[in-house]
Design a protein around this ligand. Structure first.
Ligand code: UDP
Length: 316
């Protein structure tokens, strides 16, 4: 197949490039390199079935030749990024999704939208299954991300219903692994780099919020299965093992064999406003429809991620 991956130089996008190339497909990665990096795809330079297009998907997209699959991963999923770049966040979710859907329609390609657990907002249902409509504050600081993805889902379903584009929607829960940006601002790179540098881990507020962390290879396996399966509507992909942020901080210190301490901080900006108190995927649908469930335990995934961050920090 000939596959376009937007956000192909990003964290998850670049792992998808690797996976599809390993399966013998031709891959075109598209990225504006605002948060993605050519470091993530440098090892693919010169690969006969790989090419890179430096382009911002909020502008009209031109790709020559046939396309069998379009995966729209381009996004600004870190709360720090979407607080700093709120309009770009809305544009990539809205205009970027419109342009990539238009491309899929023109090429007759199957389409996958990378959506998010943030569509559930600060959820009143726990764990979250796909039938839950969510609890989102549209005018809060997170609204720019959450609403852009909710709009993206609605647009994807509209193209599916009215233009017969064959679509899939994955709702991605917190995912971690090598190639996350050091300066991304999310909890995994923050805690790992703090633990490795031996400085206190910045636990926001009391650290009692929960998240459920999925290792990137598990997520990639789920996405690849979803794109080839016959499933309509959104599918949650994530690891259902839930942990409080303070316990997560202690685990990172333990796995990194670090002597770092914890510091409880109240961020001065709006990053913890509307911060979901709890988040855990119900993955019954993925289990049933894709025969999928995560294989990598948090400790093991953290170990691999720490190896990556050690190199990035120049500690090896
Ligand atoms: N968090 C934290 N310290 C940090 C970064 C994040 O305590 O240095 C918390 C944050 O408030 C949230 C959770 O960790 O409750 C996960 O945040 P992240 O930014 O990774 O992504 P989110 O799941 O909120 O999209």
């Amino acid at each position: 197949m000939r596959i376009l991956i937007t956000g192909g130089a990003g964290f998850i996008g670049s792992h998808l490039c690797d996976r599809y190339l390993a399966e013998g497909h031709e891959v075109i990665a598209m990225d504006n390199l605002k948060t993605g990096s050519t470091d993530n795809i440098a090892h693919l330079a010169g690969h006969p079935r790989f090419s890179f297009i430096h382009h911002d998907v909020t502008n009209y997209i031109y790709v020559a030749g046939v396309l069998d699959r379009v995966l729209h991963l381009a996004s600004l999923p870190s709360p720090v990024d979407y607080l700093n770049l709120p309009i770009q966040t809305l544009k990539v979710g809205a205009l970027g999704t419109h342009n990539t859907l238009g491309l899929a329609l023109a090429k007759g390609a199957r389409y996958l939208l990378a959506s998010t657990s943030e569509v559930y907002g600060d959820p009143l249902v726990h764990p979250q299954d796909e039938s839950y409509w969510g609890n989102v504050n549209p005018v809060g600081p997170r609204g720019v991300y959450d609403e852009s993805k909710r709009f993206a889902e609605a647009l994807t379903m509209a193209y599916d219903r009215y233009h017969d584009v064959d679509t899939r929607i994955v709702r991605i829960f917190n995912t971690y692994g090598p190639r996350m940006r050091l300066e991304d601002g999310r909890v995994v790179p923050n805690f790992i780099s703090q633990a490795l540098r031996g400085v206190p881990l910045t636990v926001y507020d009391k650290g009692q919020r929960t998240r459920s962390f999925c290792y990137v290879s598990d997520l990639v396996e789920g996405i690849v299965r979803l794109l080839e399966a016959d499933v309509e509507g959104p599918v949650n992909l994530g690891n259902p093992s839930e942990i409080t942020i303070v316990d997560f901080a202690k685990l990172v210190i333990d796995v990194a064999e670090s002597g770092a301490e914890l510091t409880f901080v109240v961020p001065k900006d709006e990053r913890t406003r509307d911060d979901p108190k709890q988040r855990c995927p119900d993955i019954s649908l993925a289990r049933e429809a894709l025969g999928w469930e995560p294989q990598v335990a948090l400790r093991d995934g953290l170990r691999k991620t720490i190896v990556y961050f050690r190199t990035r920090l120049g500690l090896d």
